[in-house]
Design a protein around this ligand. Structure first.
Ligand code: HEM
Length: 328
């Protein structure tokens, strides 16, 4: 389900960016963000409440491209009547959110991407207004709704604010296919290919001249193990962060797992939240032991270097459930 949460976010953002390739909405959104944030820094979470047009763009994206079009199947726990229809207990209910968002009874030009339609609508897409319910509604509503909304708004804003976007190889808007692949989620059938551009210039960093068009490779691995910044750099000592007040989000160059600046990972907030949440659950729910009397000294910590650096050999550890009763 966590992976589903990440997938839904990726799916909706790719659709929104595809729709924004039509220049009118893109320009309008860039202008709004520029007037609130300027061009000297990136958008951050505290800017979001001031970005009304961004809200409209995201709402319209969720209306037209709900990432989970049929929600997940629900089971009626008791007999009930909804809008005159009898729903007997134990009925499997499937909600077609995709069709609701395109119902011509409620939406003019339903297949068109028109963020302005949300201007006076006052629609809450988090489950309170049945016209747009991309996260479901009620007790089984997506528990990641608030994280999901913040991530989608923030990443969309950052992508649009930091870059101009162009089609590659002289492709035009008319060539952009909007075909869908239907399944539990509905991503684009073919990935969006768009080229981000921003003005580049010569610069000087810590006394070094970096000429325009230089390819820069940043060794974040070596930075994190630099003995000038870290004592016992090869040791895993969480307590070293007690008084350090370090931001791993790209503003403190001693540790930059998500990169920094305009090309910083746009999924950073989601990524950091998922890592913390999953680690806490794994450690809280289980005690962990090495198998067959293996001791921690026998554990090999070899790395496999590539674009990412996973363990060379998978970790084999045995979980023993430690919560009380049936808590899951
Ligand atoms: C744009 C982002 C997201 C969208 C559109 C989305 C959408 C949904 C939908 C439609 C459901 C089914 C609700 C229903 O049937 O009533 C769902 C369930 C769920 N989502 Fe999300 N989600 C998103 C992000 C996330 C995130 C970030 C997380 C976790 C960190 C998450 C965790 C879950 C879980 C655990 C469920 C199952 C709830 C249950 O069965 O009781 N989702 N999500």
């Amino acid at each position: 389900m966590l992976v589903g949460g990440i997938d839904s976010g990726t799916v909706i953002m790719e659709w929104i960016l595809s729709e924004l390739m039509k220049p009118q909405s893109m320009k309008k959104l860039q202008n709004e963000i520029e007037s609130v944030v300027g061009l000297d820094r990136m958008v951050d979470e505290s800017d979001l409440p001031k970005l009304g047009y961004l809200d409209m763009v995201v709402n319209e994206g969720f209306r037209l491209h709900p990432p989970v079009p049929l929600l997940v199947p629900h089971l009626a726990m008791e007999d009930s009547v909804i809008m005159g229809y009898d729903i007997p207990k134990n009925t499997h209910v499937i909600v077609n959110v995709w069709a609701i968002g395109r119902d011509p009874k409620y939406w003019a030009d339903p297949k068109k991407f028109i963020p302005e339609r949300f201007m006076d609508l006052n629609v809450d897409v988090s489950g309170m207004d049945f016209r747009v319910i991309p996260f479901g509604s009620g007790r089984r509503r997506c528990p990641g709704v608030h994280l999901g909304m913040v991530v989608v708004r923030l990443v969309t804003a950052q992508l649009v604010h930091c870059f101009n976007w162009e089609f590659p190889n002289g492709m035009s808007l008319e060539d952009l296919d909007m075909e869908k692949e239907f399944g539990l989620s509905v991503p684009r059938k073919n990935s969006l290919v768009a080229v981000p551009t921003y003005p580049m210039k010569d610069s000087v960093i810590m006394g070094y001249d970096i000429l325009k068009n230089t390819r820069v490779i940043v060794n974040a691995w070596a930075i994190g193990r630099d003995p000038e910044s870290w004592t016992d750099p090869e040791e895993f000592i969480p307590e070293r962060f007690t008084d350090l007040n370090v931001d791993i989000g790209g503003t403190d160059f001693k540790i930059i797992p998500f990169g920094s600046g305009r090309r910083r990972c746009p999924g950073m907030h989601l990524g950091a939240a998922v890592v913390q949440f999953v680690m806490a659950q794994l450690v809280h729910c289980f005690d962990w032991e090495l198998p067959n009397g293996m001791s921690p000294e026998d554990l090999d910590m070899e790395e496999e270097f590539g674009l990412t650096v996973p363990r060379k050999n998978s970790l084999v550890a045995v979980p023993t459930y430690r919560l009380l009763g049936d808590a899951v």
